[in-house]
Write a protein that binds this ligand. Structure first.
Ligand code: AMP
Ligand code: MG
Length: 345
C-alpha cells in the first residue's frame, strides 16, 4: 500500500493536509495522527470494514477493543445509550484530554470496534491536529496506538514511519506527543468507577472530582481477571526488541545486581535504563536516562522513545531500574512492568 506523508509544519499545509486526511477517513481509509498521549491509527468508527483495516495494519488481536475519538461532546449521543452522572463530571473536568470513559454502547457502534462488548470506550483528545482531523472527517474516529501490536507506543513521527509505512493510507507528520503514555481508561458503568488502565490523568485527580474510584489490580500486578474486563490486559505490550528486565532494590543493590549481570553476559550488547540521578553509578553498557526522578512527567514522556532508542542501538538485554510506585508514577510503572513482561530481579 502506498502511504502518503502529510506535513503540518505551516498553517497552510496543515489545513490542506487535514482536509485530505479527513477525506481519506470519510472514504473508509486509515490515517495515522498525533494526539497528546501517543500517535493513533485511525479509521471511521462507524464503518465496519474501515475499522477492520486498523486491526490488519497493527496485527492487533480482534478481541482487543478500540477507543473512539470525538471532537465535540454532542458526538457522544450517537455512541452511548446513557451518560452516568460521574462520567459527566469527569468530562467537565478532564475533556478534552487524556481520559477515556467506558459507557454502555449504542447500536450504531459496530461490534468490531468494541470486540463484541456491550460497552464502548470514548475519548475527546485535546491535540489540535487530532481535533482538526475528526472535524474534517465528519465522523468519530476509532484509533488504537499506531504501533505494530506488542511494540512500544509511538511518541515521535519517526516511530510511526518506522512501524506503519506501507500499512496505512496516510501518516500525519507532527511534533512529539506531549504526555507520552496512553490515556487513563475509566469504566463508568461500575460503582465506584474502575480505573482499568492508569494514564495521563492520575487516580488522585479523578478522586478529587468524583470521590472514590477502584483501581484494577492489573494496573500494577501481573493479574488477568478471569474474564478480562479490559481485554487489552492479557496481551504482551510495549516490548522493545531486547530482553527487558526490571531491577529492584536500593540504588546500591541495583548497581550491584546490574554489574553482576553485565559480567555474566559479556558477549551481549547491554543497555541500562537509569535516571539523571543514578546514571553516574554505572560504568559499562549503554546507559540511558529516563529523566529526573523529581519529574515523573518527564520520565513518562520519555519511556517509549527510550525503549525504541535501545532497539535502534541493537541492544539485546536492557536492565531498567525499578520505579517507586506512587500516584504520579503508577502509569509509568504499569507500562514499564508490562514492557518487561513482569520480569524482575
Ligand atoms: P490502545 O488504544 O491500544 O491504547 O488500547 C485501548 C485500551 O482500552 C485497551 O486496553 C482496551 O482493552 C481498552 N478498551 C477499549 N474499549 C473497551 C471497553 N469497551 N471496555 C473495556 N476496555 C476497553
Ligand atoms: Mg496500544
Amino acid at each position: 500500500m502506498k502511504t502518503e506523508l502529510f506535513k503540518t509544519d505551516s498553517p497552510l499545509l496543515g489545513v490542506v493536509h487535514l482536509t485530505k486526511a479527513g477525506e481519506l477517513i470519510a472514504r473508509g481509509e486509515t490515517v495515522v495522527f498525533p494526539t497528546e498521549t501517543v500517535y493513533g491509527l485511525g479509521a471511521n468508527a462507524l464503518d465496519e470494514s474501515a475499522v477492520k483495516k486498523i486491526f490488519e495494519a497493527k496485527g492487533r488481536p480482534a478481541d482487543n477493543p478500540l477507543i473512539v475519538h470525538i471532537a465535540d461532546r454532542d458526538d457522544l449521543e450517537k455512541l452511548v445509550t446513557e451518560v452516568p452522572e460521574k462520567a459527566e463530571k469527569l468530562m467537565d473536568a478532564f475533556w478534552p484530554g487524556p481520559l477515556t470513559l467506558i459507557m454502555h454502547k449504542s447500536s450504531g457502534v459496530p461490534e468490531v470496534v468494541t470486540a463484541g462488548l456491550d460497552t464502548v470506550a470514548v475519548r475527546f483528545p485535546s491535540n489540535l491536529i487530532a481535533l482538526g482531523l475528526i472535524k474534517s472527517a465528519g465522523v468519530p474516529i476509532a484509533a488504537p496506538s499506531a504501533n505494530i501490536s506488542g511494540r512500544p507506543s509511538p511518541t515521535k513521527s519517526e516511530h510511526v514511519i518506522e512501524d506503519m509505512m506501507g500499512r496505512v493510507s496516510a501518516i500525519i507528520v507532527s511534533e512529539d506527543t506531549d504526555v507520552g503514555l496512553e490515556s487513563t481508561v475509566v469504566d463508568t458503568t461500575t460503582e465506584p468507577p474502575t480505573v482499568l488502565r492508569p494514564g495521563g490523568v492520575t487516580v488522585a485527580e479523578l478522586e478529587a472530582v468524583i470521590g472514590r474510584v477502584q483501581v484494577s489490580p492489573n494496573a500494577i500486578e501481573n493479574v488477568i481477571p478471569e474474564k478480562a474486563k479490559s481485554p487489552g490486559m492479557k496481551y504482551t505490550h510495549y516490548s522493545p526488541k531486547g530482553d527487558l528486565v526490571i531491577v529492584k532494590g536500593t540504588d546500591a543493590e541495583k548497581v550491584e545486581k546490574i554489574n553482576r549481570h553485565i559480567k555474566k553476559h559479556e558477549e551481549m550488547q547491554i543497555g541500562i535504563l537509569a535516571t539523571d540521578e543514578t546514571m553516574g553509578n554505572y560504568h559499562s553498557g549503554i546507559i540511558i536516562s529516563l529523566g529526573s526522578r523529581e519529574n515523573p512527567e518527564e520520565m513518562s514522556h520519555n519511556l517509549f522513545a527510550r525503549l525504541r532508542t535501545f532497539d535502534d542501538l541493537g541492544i539485546e538485554k536492557i536492565y531498567a531500574e525499578d520505579i517507586e510506585v506512587g500516584n504520579d508514577t503508577l502509569a509509568l510503572a504499569n507500562r514499564l512492568y508490562k514492557a518487561g513482561g513482569y520480569h524482575f530481579i
